[in-house]
Design a protein around this ligand. Structure first.
Ligand code: TYM
Length: 334
């Protein structure tokens, strides 16, 4: 029996991934690659939707791929590749843009957030059509499941709508994918501003835990994380967003349940709790960091692995694209 297909990706938008990417996405990918036919991309075309330095973008792309592997994505089992290496992504995005409503694209909350952050002049058409490119990523591979954090849910829903619309207009070309969102870890918050999502493009560095940071730096950030004045280690998202966020991180990385962690720290202060969490984070990230840095020491080998996998991805993607071209009525080249 063939395994169901899984697709997901991340933007190479920083030198390091942050802990939200790790807990909200990578940990699930690592687990799910065992039972699914998984495709994971570094979506460099998406990263172009905001200003970038060319040399830095190339470096961030390698670094992101290295972190996937260091975190346990096996490039011999899963198809781990760079989006721009497979030209079908940009081509299908164009076709899908012709079945996407202008208003529909304008309702994407991430676009609304980002465009208000950057201002109209710095907001590109690419940022507007970003979700259409994401739909192309997913639909090219006849994807069944898309594991993401909850900020990407709306984009996966748009992808489903576009697939259904295209299939009913032109005949079935696409599998309609389902999002997979791990409810309890779907959103990791900023350590300094625990009601805002932790993000690679956060305003201040102090609230973000980077996978590739020096462990002692991460430990310091945890010790300085915003909590509250109550002093008890208790999960209450509404009234104790800081402590609740730290509990979610603790539970996700240690594989323990939140009540057992609450019990362990009952009657002890936040200092002890944070020390415990720092230890958990350093133990988890330390080896990932070492492996990623070792992989980055040999960029030629990393590039070779990415090229082999781009070849595998291309085979699947080109098949879907050819079918789509036929269905919409593009004349085949003789
Ligand atoms: P990106 O690069 O912003 O984030 C990568 C993944 O990490 C998740 N994530 C989080 N999860 C929990 N808490 C957080 N604070 C947090 N921050 C990020 C995201 O939900 C995501 O799963 N558009 C996508 C990339 C993309 C993609 C795709 C994803 C392009 N094509 C196709 C899936 C399928 C993005 O910008 O993710």
């Amino acid at each position: 029996m063939t395994k169901p297909r899984l697709y997901s990706g991340m933007q190479p938008s920083a030198d390091s991934l942050q802990i939200g990417n790790y807990i909200g996405a990578l940990m699930q990918w690592r687990e799910m690659q065992q039972s699914y036919d998984a495709f994971f991309s570094v979506v460099d075309l998406h990263a172009l939707t905001v200003p970038n330095d060319p040399a830095e973008l190339r470096e961030k792309t390698r670094r992101t791929a290295a972190q996937y592997i260091a975190a346990g994505i096996e490039p011999s089992r899963s198809t781990l590749y760079v989006q721009s290496h497979v030209s079908a992504h940009a081509e299908l995005a164009w076709i899908l843009s012709t079945v996407t409503g202008f208003g529909e694209a304008g309702r994407m909350t991430q676009f609304k957030d980002k465009s208000s952050r950057y201002g109209t002049d710095a907001t590109s058409v690419g940022l507007f059509t970003y979700p259409v490119l994401m739909a192309a990523d997913i639909l090219l591979y006849q994807t069944d499941l898309v594991p993401v954090g909850d900020d990407q849910k709306q984009h996966v829903e748009l992808t489903r709508d576009l697939a259904e619309r295209f299939n009913s207009r032109y005949g079935k070309a696409f599998t309609v994918p389902m999002p997979v969102i791990q409810q309890d870890t779907a959103r990791i918050y900023d350590l300094q501003n625990p009601t805002a999502k932790m993000s690679k493009s956060a305003e201040t560095d102090a609230g973000v835990l980077w996978l590739l940071d020096d462990p002692s730096k991460s430990a310091k950030k945890i010790m300085r994380a915003v909590t509250d004045s109550e002093g008890s280690v208790r999960y209450d998202r509404q009234n104790k967003p800081g402590v609740s966020n730290l509990l979610v991180i603790y539970a996700a990385l240690s594989g323990r349940q939140i009540p057992s962690i609450e019990d362990e720290y009952a009657g002890r202060g936040y200092g002890d709790f944070k020390k415990g969490l720092a230890e958990v984070v350093v133990n988890e990230f330390g080896p990932v960091r070492e492996r990623a840095l070792a992989l980055l020491d040999d960029p030629a080998e990393l590039d070779r692995v990415l090229a082999v996998n781009a070849g595998k991805a291309e085979e699947v993607a080109n098949k879907t694209l050819a079918d789509v071209y036929d269905k919409v009525g593009l004349l085949r080249r003789a």
